[in-house]
Design a protein around this ligand. Sequence first.
Ligand SMILES: NC(=O)c1ccc[n+]([C@@H]2O[C@H](COP(=O)([O-])OP(=O)(O)OC[C@H]3O[C@@H](n4cnc5c(N)ncnc54)[C@H](O)[C@@H]3O)[C@@H](O)[C@H]2O)c1
Length: 303
Amino acid sequence: MKDLKGKNCFITGAASSKGIGRSLAIELAREGMNMYITDIDMEGLENVKKEIEELGVKVFTAKCDVSKFEDWKKCEEDFRSSLGDIDLLINNAGIAIGGSILELELEDWEKVLGINLWSIIYSLKTFVPKMMAKGSGHLVNVASGAGILGSSEPLPYVTSKFAIVGMSEALFGNLHGFGINVSIILPWVIATNIWTSSEVRVPQKLMEDFGAQKIEEITQKAREGFIENAVSPDEVAKIYVKEIKENKLYICDNKDYFNILELKGKPDQYERALKFMHAQSAKNTRDMYHKAGIKIEDYRKFF
Ligand SMILES: NC(=O)c1ccc[n+]([C@@H]2O[C@H](COP(=O)([O-])OP(=O)(O)OC[C@H]3O[C@@H](n4cnc5c(N)ncnc54)[C@H](O)[C@@H]3O)[C@@H](O)[C@H]2O)c1
């Protein structure tokens, strides 16, 4: 889809003041696209709407909790009466919940998979049949580097993102013949709110001994440090939109992704890399607690 002017886009998770969704929506509006922006945060969404209005395109907002199929159905009807046919569908909303296998509850898995993965299945059921009937459209799923590289945490997040990548590759083949393009965006480390808003599960005893506030402060500080020099969502959105227009399957802001894919062709080296990454992540967690004066090994085993 080389020319986006006058075309219609539906995007999820667009309300975050420092989010990839907001930046993508603004960048697409700069190209002249009409935007239907959705989220669960209606206040944030109104702020983004004002920014988009200044760009002179049509913009509508709606609440879409992406983990609820009924929200999708309502939004699709409203989208059709507001803008008409859909040209670009972007599944961007996502969350992460950290913690080891021992601390993660089933509800955590269900929540992450509901928002990150089931949302995309719902979007397929809602919008894609009409795209197929029309014989045009573009589906963009926001995955992650964690969708091609099995980093050891956050486990439900990695699981969801691998599923998104696999599903999108399969859809790429399936939908090609119907005139529908599919792209997978693989953000690397981007300075957005996901890093500071994500929950982290920790051992119960650790919580009892130090209190939720202290643990939150420790993890928050580490995450803020992690994204201190990270690239901004506005910067990467320019790359993403350019590559959406070029109909690329894989859209990356960091060419290391292609090195990772290449490394997978050398299984022994890839296994070593996975073990190394896990060891590094465990070391970072230990260092984070040691710096705060907590001997984390008394609460959690590290291998
Ligand atoms: N920031 C990064 O470094 C990074 C890296 C890789 C992948 N990603 C992916 O990018 C996408 C956007 O995340 P972000 O980094 O901009 O984070 P963000 O937290 O800034 O934005 C996420 C948005 O999703 C919304 N959301 C959460 N739950 C929702 C629900 N149930 N229904 C609808 N919306 C919901 C939030 O309100 C928020 O506006 C996610 O899929 C994330 O996994 C981000």
